[in-house]
Design a binder for this molecule. Structure first.
Ligand SMILES: *[C@@H]1O[C@H](CO)[C@@H](O)[C@H](O)[C@H]1NC(C)=O
Ligand SMILES: *[C@@H]1O[C@H](CO)[C@@H](O)[C@H](O)[C@H]1NC(C)=O
Ligand SMILES: *[C@@H]1O[C@H](CO)[C@@H](O)[C@H](O)[C@H]1NC(C)=O
Ligand SMILES: *[C@@H]1O[C@H](CO)[C@@H](O)[C@H](O)[C@H]1NC(C)=O
Length: 409
């Protein structure tokens, strides 16, 4: 799944005065509104822009909407212009020749997303450190964020690096003093899948009392963006009490119970170790994995392979997404809120459901040589979990940035 080699290789006035102020604001508001109208499509319901002209996202559900083809505004960057896209996500480089999947804009039903402006984002993030914490889908999103921001930074004023012996990857933009990091912790607490590149295994073993090993690397972040979903896909897992080395005290629990237990540990850590006046925290919700073609009218043995169009049916839901996991996450975040800790859920689940066209499938780097038998059945090894870049994760970041920028005001 991960490979250090490639990552490391590239790291690299009174009345008059008052009225002029009012006019100033009116003009400012009109100008802002005009920008938001540029990309609205004619069929959308009456659009309310107040959510962004004012200073609140309240009142607009950014996560309920539809995908609109918009090859004028998208993609936000070009695959070839971003040197940080690893083989897993560089679909064009690995033979994908249809590019419509890069040209879709997420259109919330009640409002428009603010237009992405790389320089403005960097300016607002000046002096800040963002850390994405989670699994390979979060890494996918982190690299999307890096690609969205890196093109305005001249060579020599940016750097990609890996911290020795720690699962921490850092993108630095020196002139802005901005750091966009990724920390590999797919199950949040210590586990047998902690190595950032060598973590392929069929069993799941977690050390429930050890979150500090990872979390001590997160404490000085200004913005924390978590995810954890995919690695909870096995029916059961082994929970150790003690250390990974001394594995005598353990119990086997179902994945849902395990997820709830770990989120409780993570919540306790977050409550006691993070200054929530300084640090903004987010949790990305689970993403769709289009492994069953039957979900959208194909054969059961087909999947995201060769898909070039999104599903346009409202509220489409693919059978592989575990709704119960989502409920556990929501209730954990509700409990945190009751304790005064606000972790904003960035609810990208529904918007990913539609995007069967946006996965790498066979157009990516595979780290083991594919055998003739595998090659004869491309559906069998197609990657329908990750996302091509540029692509859908760029939208997750636009949603995330809508919250981050509002809170930095
Ligand atoms: C953009 O998409 C429209 C159809 O939606 C198409 O007619 C046009 O040729 C496309 N433009 C580019 C530059 O791809
Ligand atoms: C990293 O780990 C290796 C082997 O465990 C050790 O020899 C080395 O000193 C460590 N490096 C740092 C910077 O801690
Ligand atoms: C996918 O598309 C390729 C090229 O158009 C075609 O050769 C192949 O048979 C298709 N695979 C499936 C499983 O439909
Ligand atoms: C997230 O979105 C899904 C689908 O739109 C919805 O069912 C769910 O209730 C949302 N969760 C929250 C906490 O808003």
């Amino acid at each position: 799944m991960e490979k250090k080699k490639r990552m490391v290789g590239i790291w690299d006035v009174k009345h008059m005065f008052e009225s002029s102020i009012i006019i100033f604001f009116v003009i400012g508001t009109l100008a802002t509104t005009a920008v938001y109208y540029v990309n609205s499509d004619e069929q959308s319901p009456p659009v309310s822009h107040s959510a962004y002209v004012g200073d609140s996202l309240d009142g607009c559900d950014l996560f309920s909407g539809k995908w609109v083809h918009d090859n004028h505004s998208y993609p936000l960057y070009k695959e070839l212009q971003c040197p940080y896209i690893p083989g897993e996500f560089s679909c064009g480089h690995y033979g994908r020749t249809d590019f419509k999947y890069q040209q879709w804009r997420w259109q919330p039903h009640g409002c428009n997303l603010p237009r992405f402006d790389d320089k403005k984002v960097l300016e607002r993030l000046r002096g800040k450190r963002v850390i994405f914490v989670g699994d390979s889908v979060n890494r996918n999103q982190w690299l999307s964020m890096v690609c969205m921001l890196q093109s305005v930074i001249p060579l020599g004023l940016k750097k990609m690096q890996k911290t020795a012996n720690v699962s921490l990857f850092t993108f630095k933009a020196f002139e802005y003093d901005v750091s966009i990091d990724f920390y590999w912790a797919p199950l949040l607490v210590e586990s047998n899948a902690d190595h950032p590149s060598n973590h392929k295994r069929n069993d799941r073993v977690i050390n429930i009392d050890s979150i500090e090993k990872h979390a001590r690397n997160w404490v000085n972040a200004d913005i924390l963006v978590f995810n954890s979903y995919l690695w909870w896909g096995t029916p059961t897992l082994k929970i150790l009490y003690g250390s990974l080395a001394d594995s005598k005290k353990y119990k086997i629990v179902g994945n849902h119970d395990g997820y709830e237990m770990v989120l409780a540990k993570w919540s306790n850590w977050l409550t006691t170790h993070i200054n929530h006046r300084k640090t903004q925290s987010y949790f990305m919700s689970m993403t769709a994995t289009h492994r069953r073609g039957a979900d959208w009218g194909m054969q059961d043995n087909e999947n995201c392979l060769n898909e070039t169009e999104p599903v346009l049916k409202d509220n489409f839901w693919e059978s592989g997404s575990d709704f119960k996991m989502m409920r556990i996450l929501e209730s954990s975040l509700d409990k945190l809120k009751a304790r005064g800790v606000n972790v904003q859920l960035v609810n990208i689940t529904q918007l990913t459901q539609y995007r069967k066209d946006a996965h790498p499938s066979i157009h990516r780097l595979f780290y083991s040589t594919l055998k003739a038998k595998q090659l004869s059945n491309p559906n069998g090894y197609a990657d329908c979990t990750h996302w091509c870049l540029p692509g859908v994760p760029d939208t997750w970041n636009e949603l995330l940035l809508a919250y981050i920028l509002q809170r930095l005001e």
